[in-house]
Design a protein around this ligand. Structure first.
Ligand code: NAP
Length: 269
């Protein structure tokens, strides 16, 4: 059925907001940065790889947007604790924070009994502590402006377990709890805090995971991938980015403390 002309929903307009997107060099973070920019936000891109950040920035500028890059290793607390001030220096105070950077489970998959403490510590620092540090960093300006959006990319593994992914599941469950607390604490200040919980998305991180699982289960990779979600196959990064743009928009002003599964129907709670 066609939408009558006078009922066309308005496209989100994120001008004059300024977003910081971590892990913006590739994958989901790159798609989020591009879609936030297409909706009118200026974006500060962060990750370790300067080359990948520059590629994302070039794509945004080619499309007519404004982007700046700040290299930062979120596994290093001395770097994560200064990222927000470096980001604020680019276009002005950050009022949309997207905590997207993450360490995937398949970087070092093992049963918990065989876990390496170093990988546990790394996962906690990047997936849980960095969102805590960055959220604390952006809150003063958001409270002053009485407007802010914190959007954290958790995972369906923040709601259900996955084999050989103990640190990943623990940090993703943890970050949902952290974001719910922040949502409650700042609900009356015009600041919303939400999580997005992706299922399997076609990115470098998930490529490693699905290869690991297909080998472990003795399955053909293509068949394994096709059966990953009830809808079929894996998601595209843009499927996740669309929800981030919505949550950043004024249309979502009454939504806070939520964790939305975007996962092809894989997790239904
Ligand atoms: P990806 O393609 O591997 O991208 C990860 C991004 O995070 C990269 O830009 C990477 O850049 C950055 N990053 C990693 N370690 C970092 C560090 N120590 N400091 C700063 N930046 C760092 O992964 P993705 O799939 O897009 O994942 C993005 C988010 O979605 C993660 O939080 C992940 O857990 C979540 N997620 C993904 C899926 C999926 O199926 N893909 C499913 C559920 C949730 P550098 O390496 O240059 O630092």
């Amino acid at each position: 059925m066609e939408t009558p002309a006078n009922q066309t929903p308005a496209a989100p307009n994120l001008a004059p907001h300024i977003a910081l997107v971590t892990g913006a060099g590739r994958g989901i973070g790159r798609a989020i940065a591009q879609q936030l920019s297409a909706a009118g936000a200026r974006v500060v891109l962060s990750a370790r790889s300067e080359r990948e950040l520059n590629e994302t920035a070039a794509a945004i500028r080619d499309a007519g947007g404004d982007a700046a890059c700040v290299v930062c290793d979120l596994s290093d607390r001395s770097q994560s604790s200064t990222l927000v001030s470096a980001a604020n220096d680019q276009f002005g105070p950050i009022d949309i924070l997207v905590n997207n950077a993450g360490v995937g489970s398949a970087s070092d998959p093992r049963p918990l009994a065989d876990y390496r403490d170093e990988f546990w510590d790394l996962s906690l620092e990047v997936n849980l502590t960095a969102p805590y540090v960055l959220s604390k960093g952006v809150l003063p300006a958001m409270r002053h402006a009485r407007w802010g959006r914190i959007i954290t990319i958790a995972s369906i593994n923040g709601k259900q377990a996955n084999l050989h992914a103990g640190a990943y599941a623990a940090t993703k469950h943890g970050v949902i709890g952290l974001m719910r607390t922040l949502a409650l604490e700042h609900a009356a200040e015009g600041i919303t805090v939400n999580c997005i919980c992706p299922g399997p998305v076609k990115t470098a991180m998930n490529d490693i995971r699905i290869r690991y699982d297909a080998e472990r289960l003795g399955r053909d990779l293509a068949e394994h991938e096709a059966g990953l979600t009830p809808i079929g196959g894996r998601l595209d990064p843009d499927d996740i980015a669309a929800m981030a743009v919505y949550l950043a928009s004024d249309s979502a002003r009454m939504i806070t403390g939520q964790s939305y599964n975007i996962d092809g129907g894989r997790c239904m709670f």
